[in-house]
Design a protein around this ligand. Structure first.
Ligand SMILES: *Cc1c(COP(=O)(O)O)cnc(C)c1O
Ligand SMILES: [Zn+2]
Length: 562
């Protein structure tokens, strides 16, 4: 059976049948080949056939470099949910933030796509042994799929890769080689090992199956976004595209293979007329290893390698992106543009907390880097409030390490003695538990007539775990609540029907039992000079709605509670 695609050299344009074992252009020797399919044919087939296919990445087999996908090797890769991040959106003032939850793959990162397609393509070509270097997740994903397909796998990891990741790789039976040195050195060592032994080397962005696998993220996203957010344009018109593309694709990057493949996916969707616009690409690195960000900011075509990455987020420690950066930059500039951003390890950890507490998603630090990047880009006005943002939430959380939680994340609970327990039955235990609860924590009243705002502030405060919260939905309730519960702090909205925030403050001042309660005003209103005057002396902090982040609010609250 002839291939349903050809490999085309991106340097000289020469087209050849694809042969995994000798993946270089026979004409010019370039290792950069891209798969080309019969797009006109697929464009006709998909709208009719896709609805009947299962929702995993093999539903797009027409545009994948495998002739006959073997169901026995599959573990249900791809088909991850696209989740609306409503709480994060509320915090950022953007209602259209979506998270592609790649944690829900068989080994919990988006590398499952790469491993599934690569192992299938190699098996089909009769290749049974494979070498690769990895910052962690590629190793885990390939180990699992290699185990399933009965392939022998050599994995080269730097000794900096967290031990839990190394152990998981070893568990699947891969040969694990620890290289003391940087990831780039581990890559060189793996390449040399493969060359000496004549074993197939996975070349990441230069391997057709790797790039092709990542396209499926673009395909799934546009299908899911259309289902969630409605069809694009004018559905009645004959030329309306089938699917809706997001305004932004956001990803944390290391070597940059993910976005390179995703760009190819959007490119193909455009060529087939299935979408009518290209997303912008927002790519985020850690500041201790940000060669691509530096090159982008200096408008350079090539990135200068970072020799000694300085980050605890080793998944993202590719110091030398090689040609991938130049290709990414060229493609991004040729389409809708984009932005490269960097964040610190600490910003990533904070984003990890925010995502877990606001959206219920526990992700690994490398994935949280993308969230931290979005927060920065929204603040800087690069992402606009009405734009649709798709964040590739690339991977799972690991057993949580010390440096992520810091101190004080657990509370000591002293249980009553056995005697007390016997006398008081469970009441002794309940009493002990309640001591850990309410009474020890500062009491905060949240006053706002808008339930969404109350919920948001509650979430932000709860994310710290250590407050007793009360809510009032109007001014009168607020004053009553203050008298009865004696909060240590009130977070107050100014604009409420009947009794507004100004009136609440006057009422609190007039009563000695409530006069000293510190007040944080959170308002959507631009204040007049006389209103500002009215606030003076009453209010400790004034925050503009939609303009503050949870950390700002927490900092204020902590400062006021002393
Ligand atoms: C591999 C990986 C990245 C980086 O992806 P690239 O596209 O290879 O740069 C980010 N996050 C996680 C969790 C990863 O496993
Ligand atoms: Zn060539």
């Amino acid at each position: 059976m002839p291939n349903h695609f050809n490999a085309e050299c991106i340097d000289c344009g020469h087209q050849v049948p694809y042969v995994p074992a000798s993946p270089a252009c026979p004409k010019c020797g370039s290792e950069w080949l891209e798969a080309r399919y019969d797009y006109a044919e697929v464009a006709k087939r998909w709208p009719l056939e896709l609805p009947g296919r299962s929702f995993n990445l093999w539903r797009y087999f027409d545009l994948l470099p495998v002739q006959t996908p073997n169901p026995a090797f599959s573990m249900g890769e791809g088909g991850t949910p696209l989740l609306r991040a409503a709480n994060l959106g509320l915090m950022l003032g953007n209602a259209n933030i979506y998270i592609k939850d790649e944690r829900q793959g068989p080994t919990h990162s988006f590398k499952d796509r790469q491993a599934a397609v690569s192992i299938a393509a190699l098996k089909e070509a009769g290749i049974n042994e494979l070498v690769l270097a990895s910052t962690g997740n590629v190793a885990i994903a390939y180990s699992a799929y290699a185990a399933r397909a009965g392939m022998r796998l050599w994995v080269f990891l730097t000794s900096l890769v967290p031990a839990v990741k190394m152990r998981e790789t070893a568990l699947y039976g891969a040969q694990v080689v620890k290289v003391t040195g940087s990831y780039d050195q581990a890559k060189q060592t793996a390449a040399e090992f493969a060359r000496q032994r004549g074993i197939y080397l996975d070349k990441g962005a230069r391997s057709i199956p790797c790039i092709e696998s990542m396209k499926t993220i673009a395909f799934e996203t546009v299908e899911q976004l259309t289902a969630l957010a409605g069809s694009p344009g004018n559905p009645g018109s004959e030329n309306a595209p089938l699917w809706k593309a997001p305004d932004w694709y956001i990803q944390s990057i290391s070597g940059g293979m993910g976005p390179l493949g995703v760009i190819k996916g959007f490119d193909e969707l455009m060529q087939m007329g299935l979408i009518d616009r290209f997303p912008k690409f927002g790519l985020v690195q850690v500041d201790g290893c940000a060669p691509m960000v530096h090159a982008w900011k200096q408008n350079k075509e090539n990135a200068q390698a970072v020799i000694a990455p300085r980050t605890l987020i080793h998944t993202l420690a590719t110091g030398d992106p090689g040609r991938t950066y130049a290709l990414l930059r060229k493609k991004i500039l040729a389409h809708a543009g984009g932005h490269f951003e960097m964040v610190s390890d600490d910003e990533a950890y904070r984003a990890m907390h925010i995502l877990a507490k606001m959206e219920g998603l526990s992700v690994e630090p490398a994935a949280a880097v993308s969230i931290a990047g979005v927060i920065k880009m929204v603040r800087a006005g690069i992402i606009k409030p009405n734009e649709t943002v798709m964040i590739n939430c690339t991977g799972h959380t690991m057993p949580v390490e010390r440096n992520i939680l810091g101190e004080g994340w657990s509370k000591d609970l002293t249980l009553p003695s056995t005697n007390e327990m016997e006398e008081g039955k469970e009441e002794g235990l309940l009493a002990a538990l309640s001591k850990v609860g309410i009474d020890r924590f500062p009491r905060i009243a949240i006053v706002d007539d808008n339930p969404d705002v109350r919920r948001l502030i509650r979430r932000i405060l709860q994310s710290q775990g250590n407050y007793s919260l009360f809510e009032a939905t109007n001014g009168r309730e607020a004053v009553e609540l203050a008298r009865k519960e004696q909060p240590n702090l009130m977070i107050l909205d100014l604009m409420m029907p009947e009794m507004d925030g100004f009136a609440v403050m006057d009422a609190l001042k007039a009563d000695v039992t409530t006069a000293d309660i510190p007040i944080v005003v959170v308002t959507a209103k631009e204040l007049t000079p006389s209103e500002k005057e009215h606030l003076r002396g009453h209010v400790q902090t004034l925050m503009q709605k939609g303009d503050f982040l949870s950390d700002d609010l927490l900092d204020e609250v902590r400062a006021l509670l002393g």
